[in-house]
Design a protein around this ligand. Structure first.
Ligand code: SF4
Length: 251
């Protein structure tokens, strides 16, 4: 017998858990993370498994790091039930609901159904590679925070997507947000400056976060400060913030 069709409003998820935001300006904020399967990019430095499985890992107690498996795809009603229980057991503990991946905007049609209801429970924080502006436009009414990348071809070893990033930032720039650039010694200086100028032109309220690649060949502290100083001529708010998950032992 053929498998029943997947409801168009159910999503293939990788995991759902409660943890601390480990990147960018909201570093330290506790969030509930929903990690979506699938990505439209294949960055050379990607350390995140993105392929859909027939199950999603769901943390059994928020923040305890113990998981059970629930079948994919996952429905909105399952998410709402889980969120209701977690928010009741830890009132006020969570800042927002982080949609991450993979690339969550690939699931924009599903999120059009989910977000009006989920946003009544927690503010919505979107972590995205910033290359799908048309999807972003559909979801803008329900997005409170946007943490977006500008991908440097010298780092990803993929084609540049400057136009997509620019259009994305134009759309998202009136939300709360930030632009993140992952860098190590392979990063091309001209590409970094171009990204800074693009961020300043299209989303001037977003701080520009230089994020040293975890596990990459690192810049020295003096080199990072030198880079920050040079980029300050192109962008009004340049910060250096490493990933804190490895330091804190967080998911
Ligand atoms: S956009 Fe993110 S999830 Fe997708 S391949 Fe690049 S690093 Fe991995």
């Amino acid at each position: 017998m053929p498998a029943p069709p997947t409801p168009a409003t159910d999503a293939n998820l990788l995991e759902i858990f409660s943890s601390i935001q480990g990147e960018g300006p909201w570093l330290g904020r506790r969030q509930i993370f929903i990690r979506f399967a699938g990505c439209n990019r294949a960055c050379a430095y990607c350390d995140t498994p993105v392929d859909a499985q027939n199950f999603c890992r769901l943390e059994t107690v928020p923040g305890h790091g113990v998981f059970e498996k629930i079948p994919n795809p996952v429905s909105l009603s399952v998410i709402k039930t889980m969120l209701g229980q977690w928010l009741e057991s830890l009132p006020g503990a969570h800042h927002s609901l982080s949609l991450t991946g993979g690339e969550p905007l690939l699931s924009w049609r599903i999120l059009c159904h989910w977000l009006p209801e989920l946003r009544s429970l927690l503010p919505i924080y979107l972590e995205t590679n910033g290359t799908l502006p048309q999807a972003m436009e559909k979801l803008l009414p329900w997005i409170d925070y946007v943490a977006t990348d500008i991908k440097l071809p010298s780092m990803t070893k993929e084609a540049a997507m400057w136009e997509e990033h620019g259009e994305f930032l134009r759309l998202a720039g009136n939300r709360e947000g930030c632009v993140k650039i992952v860098i190590d010694r392979r990063a091309d200086g001209e590409e970094i400056r171009r990204a800074a100028r693009l961020g300043a032109a299209r989303a001037p309220r977003f701080p520009l976060i230089l994020q040293p690649r975890t596990g990459g060949e690192p810049f020295s502290a003096a080199e990072l400060l030198d880079l920050q100083g040079k980029l300050a001529a192109d962008h009004p708010d340049v910060r250096v913030i490493p990933q804190m998950h490895p330091v804190m032992g967080l998911l």
